[in-house]
Design a protein around this ligand. Sequence first.
Ligand SMILES: Nc1ncnc2c1ncn2[C@@H]1O[C@H](COP(=O)(O)OP(=O)(O)OP(=O)(O)O)[C@@H](O)[C@H]1O
Ligand SMILES: [Mg+2]
Length: 218
Amino acid sequence: MPQGNGYARPAYSLRAIQGYAEMIKNPDYDFAMEEIREYAGIIETKSLYIKEVIEDLHFATRLKNKEFTLQKKTRNVVVLLRDIVIQILNDPTHESREIQFEANEESIYLEIDELLFRRALHNLIENAIVHNHSHVQITVSIEKKERTHLFIQDNGKGIRKEELDRIFDRYYRGTNTGAAHKGSGLGMAIARDIIKAHGGEIVISSEIGLGTTIEVRL
Ligand SMILES: Nc1ncnc2c1ncn2[C@@H]1O[C@H](COP(=O)(O)OP(=O)(O)OP(=O)(O)O)[C@@H](O)[C@H]1O
Ligand SMILES: [Mg+2]
C-alpha cells in the first residue's frame, strides 16, 4: 500500500489481496505451507485495513448527511479529555509515550455527544503520536475563557503549508507519514465534522521542524 503520497487508496490493498489469492489458487505454483501462511497474513492485514476504511467512510457519510442525531449530555470535558489521554497511553503500542496534560480549571461543563467527542479528540491526539518520531513531546490542554479551547500541541515534524488545507480532506494522508501508520486518511475529516456538528471549530497551525498545534474551540 502506498504511504504518504496524497490520498489513501484502498483499491491498492484490494488489488494486492486479489493478487495473493490468485497466486495461491494457481495450480502451476507449489508453495510451502510457510509461504501460504505468510500470504494469508498479508491478505488478513489488508482486509482489516479495508474494513476499517469502509467503516470510517460509512460513519463520515452519515455524519455529513446529518443522519446522526447527537446524543448530547452535560459532561465535564476536563475529566473526559484526561480520560482520552489515559486511554491512548494505555494502548500497548503507545505505552512508552508521554503526554503532558494541563487544565486551567478542574471542571468545564459542556453539552456534548460523548462518543463522538471521544472519537474526534482521540484521532487528533493519536495523530500527534503516530505521525511523529517516538520522542516527540505532546501537550494536551484545556482552557476556559469566553469559549472552551482545547489544544493538542506537539514539537514534531510539522506539516507543509501547501498541505495544511488538504489534511481535512477525506482520504488525504500527508507526505510526512511513514509506513508505521496505516490510516484511512479520514480521521481529520471526521474530527472536523464532529466538532462542527457541536457548533465548534478546529484551527490548525504547523511549522516544518517545529511541530503542530490543533485548537478545538467549543
Ligand atoms: N500532529 C501531526 N503532526 C504531523 N502530521 C500530522 C499531524 N496530524 C495530522 N497530520 C497529517 O495529516 C494527515 C491527515 O490526518 P488524518 O487523521 O486525516 O489521517 P491519518 O491519520 O493518516 O489516517 P487515520 O486518521 O484515518 O488513521 C496525516 O496523514 C498526516 O500527514
Ligand atoms: Mg489520523
